[in-house]
Design a protein around this ligand. Structure first.
Ligand code: HEC
Ligand code: HEC
Length: 482
């Protein structure tokens, strides 16, 4: 009797202890807390800071994220921490635009769409930047981010002693939290970041130039991360596009992405969101709700207005020039459909990064997650989309590879366009319509684009380049109104 009672007591204690460890483990590592209310207070805030679920598999522990720039400034392109990677950063915010913070057991940081789809611009030097959400992220150095985290993780100084010391300068973690950081969070983070190096092998190739600010090798990212295709020899850096006013793409015939590789906006948004998660969504319904919200928001978000005066009579003349020279592609049945690359004459590099086989594989993967979407076009792409030109003033640099700095340059024959310029400086140039891309400031802040480098050719799109100067002037004035 007594023996079995003792056994029962021991058993009960073991169960209680086990449950305590289990509950503590769940609490410290897995419990989800909603983001604070300010994050979802307005649609703009939600777009810029709202989690779409990336913290589960693609996140970095917040405290580690915070201390890395201080520990490893040598792996950043300049002073100023993450700001040196060109992320839009609003005054008073602890994280840059496009970075989300959420507690899943412990605070974690991940990304949302806004990191690549928010435009920073200034109308003059001595003013704070304006941030236009859903605009092209022309300042952000995405490759710099990828490489920074991998470089930090590979450094022997990335260890529990050093990181916990740096964290202690910011916050007093409890004894238990310190243990969890030392034995679980720090080693796992290190290992996961190092594992990324292999997936990113192609960006380390010497014959592939850096993407530079405002571009990424989008379809290769899709191939190597989503579809896990073997690496090939293609390289096609692309300019971040604007994603406002997506309802203009509703008509069935219109496809999306620079080459029209995707049927519709919902599919691109879905695939982009899955890319940010880096894994199958944990909670499918919640994830689909985010994607639906994004789709509605971006369908209805208007393109921004040109923030300088416009000469209206001149713009009215320019409208005629546009009708005669440009509308047959940019405001017609052809709009939103691919123009053969031989006809537009721009770089082929981006086209070569994608193929029908990859589309078939990508569609299978998403369907296997039980997600319905029209998806990727299972066909060979022939050229680039003649897009709507709404808000075109803020979509500089121009063409799919961002190889032409201003609208004025685009109306010059390719031989007269700048061969070397700097991307990612946010000062606006209302005369040439684009960003300032030459001179000491642009050079200091920006990354160089050499049009002779692989994937960066500025050839082609010669439409309107032989017009008389007055017609070009009028056309530029009109383009400001779109
Ligand atoms: C790492 C940067 C990055 C992130 C993050 C990102 N995008 Fe994009 N997005 C791009 C690039 C680059 C393209 C152009 C791809 C191409 O066609 O080569 C693009 C294309 C698109 C397009 C098609 C635009 C058009 O005119 O055809 C849409 C829509 C879009 N993204 C929405 C989103 C949404 C919504 C999210 C978040 C769920 C997101 N993106 C996250 C870089 C990004
Ligand atoms: C034959 C069809 C065609 C005609 C005509 C045409 N375009 Fe284009 N346009 C395109 C295509 C296709 C692209 C995408 C090319 C690329 O990115 O490689 C493009 C790209 C552009 C871009 C860059 C868009 C961006 O987001 O970077 C601008 C600006 C533009 N065109 C303006 C004009 C103007 C102004 C005219 C008239 C003078 C004109 N186009 C005439 C087909 C055309």
């Amino acid at each position: 009797m007594r023996k079995s009672r003792t056994l029962l007591v021991i058993l009960a204690l073991v169960v209680i202890a086990g449950a305590a460890v289990g509950i503590t483990g769940w609490y410290k590592l897995l419990r989800e807390e909603p983001q604070p209310a300010w994050v979802t207070a307005t649609p703009e805030m939600r777009f810029k800071y709202g989690s779409i679920g990336g913290e589960n598999d693609a996140g970095i522990p917040y405290w580690i994220f915070l201390v890395l720039p201080r520990m490893f400034p040598n792996y950043l392109p300049g002073p100023g921490g993450y700001a040196s990677l060109g992320v839009p950063w609003e005054q008073g915010q602890e994280l840059p635009v496009g970075f989300t913070k959420k507690v899943i057991g412990f605070p974690r940081v991940a990304n949302n769409c806004a990191v690549c789809h928010t435009t920073a611009y200034r109308t003059k030097k001595n003013e704070n930047p304006t941030y236009v959400d859903a605009g092209p992220g022309h300042t952000v150095n995405v490759e710099g981010f990828f490489k920074f985290f991998i470089d930090c993780a590979k450094d022997p100084r990335f260890n529990a002693d050093n990181i916990l010391y740096e964290i202690s300068q910011e916050v007093e973690l409890s004894f238990l939290d310190k243990l969890i950081y030392r034995f679980l969070i720090i080693p796992i983070t290190k290992q996961r970041l190092i594992e990324r190096e292999e997936q990113f092998a192609w960006i380390y190739r010497d014959d592939f130039p850096d993407w530079g600010r405002g571009r990424d090798d989008a379809m290769n990212l899709t191939k190597y991360f989503m579809i896990e295709s073997p690496m090939d020899d293609t390289y096609g850096p692309t300019d971040m596009p604007s994603i406002w006013n997506l309802k203009k793409n509703d008509p069935e015939a219109m496809t999306m992405n620079w080459d029209g590789a995707t049927h519709d906006a919902y599919s691109v948004i879905m695939d982009s969101a899955l890319g940010l998660l880096g894994a199958e969504p944990k909670d499918r319904d919640e994830f689909l709700e985010h994607v639906d919200w994004l789709t509605e928001y971006l369908r209805n978000k208007p393109a921004p207005r040109f923030p300088f005066p416009i000469n209206r009579p001149l713009a009215a003349q320019g409208e005629n020039v546009f009708q005669q020279n440009c509308a047959r592609c940019h405001a017609s049945e052809r709009t939103g459909t691919p123009v053969p690359v031989a006809e537009v004459g721009t770089s082929r590099a981006r086209l070569e990064t994608w193929n029908a086989e990859a589309a078939v594989a990508g569609n299978k993967i998403v369907l296997a997650m039980g997600i319905e979407r029209q998806g990727l076009v299972e066909d060979t792409m022939i050229g680039y989309i003649a897009a709507h030109l709404d808000g075109i003033w803020l979509r500089a640099p121009y063409l799919h590879n961002g190889s032409v700095p201003t609208l004025r340059d685009l109306l010059e024959p390719p031989a007269n366009r700048p061969k070397i310029f700097y991307r990612g400086y946010d000062l606006y140039d209302p005369v040439n319509v684009g960003f300032v891309s030459q001179g000491p400031d642009a050079e200091q802040v920006g990354t160089v684009l050499d049009t002779n480098a692989r994937g960066s050719s500025n050839q082609g799109h010669v439409f309107g380049t032989d017009m008389p100067p007055q017609a070009k002037e009028a056309l530029i004035e009109y383009l400001k109104t779109l």
